[in-house]
Design a protein around this ligand. Structure first.
Ligand code: DGL
Length: 275
């Protein structure tokens, strides 16, 4: 167990400690797809993950509600002395990260649909984006998609109902197959060659998607890019951990622990917390 030293500055504010945890939050289990990338790249970093499944889906909520929930999650991670926060949720990033960065003195890393690489690589000049309503209607998403819409047709599709099924452990269900077929058909008709997954829950559907989609369609998400950015920022801020042994990874959920435990391996500790 690494030695944790808490250093208080003279005004009582916690000074940043390299061995403090990286905090990660999402509306539920989706951000685990990001946690996995971060843990693979930075295996010695301690992490604290918040799955706010009680309030999922964020994607159907108003920008004000999404901001309020993002603030609640941020403050809990700050109480737990996290040194950097990953907003592992496209919906929360596109609606709240600007506010979080302006109001809390800690680095934030967010995630947005990977439109840029898809737009630059597309040969059919048509790409699909599957994301939540909250993401697709956000100002940030409009700004990013606007940068590419002169040369590329972007087919946007709200993945209504997908997060609810994933959160209730129904990835392999008939309802899921029906929804995916319904959402992907219009994109296939328009001849997309890239499908951008704009929600951190959707990488858990990758096996299903590769069965439904023709081989010429590439599915991309931003998980690896987020992990790389976390490493870059920790390096820049000289906040990389000094820990050289196994990291401590704590997962909190505010609903039952089963669905979260099922997508993690057995060594991960999942606890229930009211938040
Ligand atoms: N996983 C989240 C995202 O990336 C939010 C899903 C939701 O709660 O609607 O957008």
């Amino acid at each position: 167990m690494p030695l944790q030293i808490t250093i208080l500055s003279c005004n009582g504010i916690l000074a940043m400690n390299n061995n403090n945890s990286i905090g990660i939050f999402d509306s539920g289990i989706g951000g685990v797809s990001i946690w996995k990338e971060i843990h693979q790249l930075l295996p010695h970093e301690h992490t604290i993950y918040l799955a706010d499944s009680k309030h999922a889906p964020y994607g159907q909520k108003s920008p004000e509600e999404i901001l309020e929930l993002s603030i609640k999650n941020t403050e809990l991670l700050l109480e737990k002395k996290c040194k950097l926060i990953v907003v592992a949720c496209n919906t929360a990033t596109t609606n709240a990260i600007k506010h979080l960065r302006a109001n809390y003195n800690i680095p934030f890393i967010g995630i947005e649909p990977a439109i840029k690489p898809a737009a630059l690589k597309s040969k059919t000049k048509t790409i699909g984006v599957l994301a939540t309503k909250g993401t697709l209607t956000s100002e940030l998403f409009h700004h990013t998609s606007g940068l590419y819409s002169d040369n590329i047709t972007i087919i946007e599709q709200v993945g209504k109902g997908l997060v609810e099924l994933i959160e209730s452990g129904k990835i392999n269900s008939r309802e899921m197959d029906n929804l995916l077929n319904e959402y992907l058909s219009p994109m296939l008709e328009k001849n997309i060659d890239y499908l951008v997954l704009g929600c951190t829950h959707y990488p858990f559907l990758i096996d299903k998607l590769t069965k439904i989609l023709p081989k010429n369609i590439t599915v991309i998400d931003s998980g690896k890019a987020v992990a790389t950015q976390v490493k870059t920022v920790l390096e820049q801020q000289q906040l990389l951990t000094k820990n050289k042994t196994h990291s401590k990874n704590i997962f909190y959920t505010n609903t039952n622990t089963t669905v979260l435990s099922d997508i993690l391996d057995n060594n991960c500790l999942v606890s229930k917390l009211d938040f």
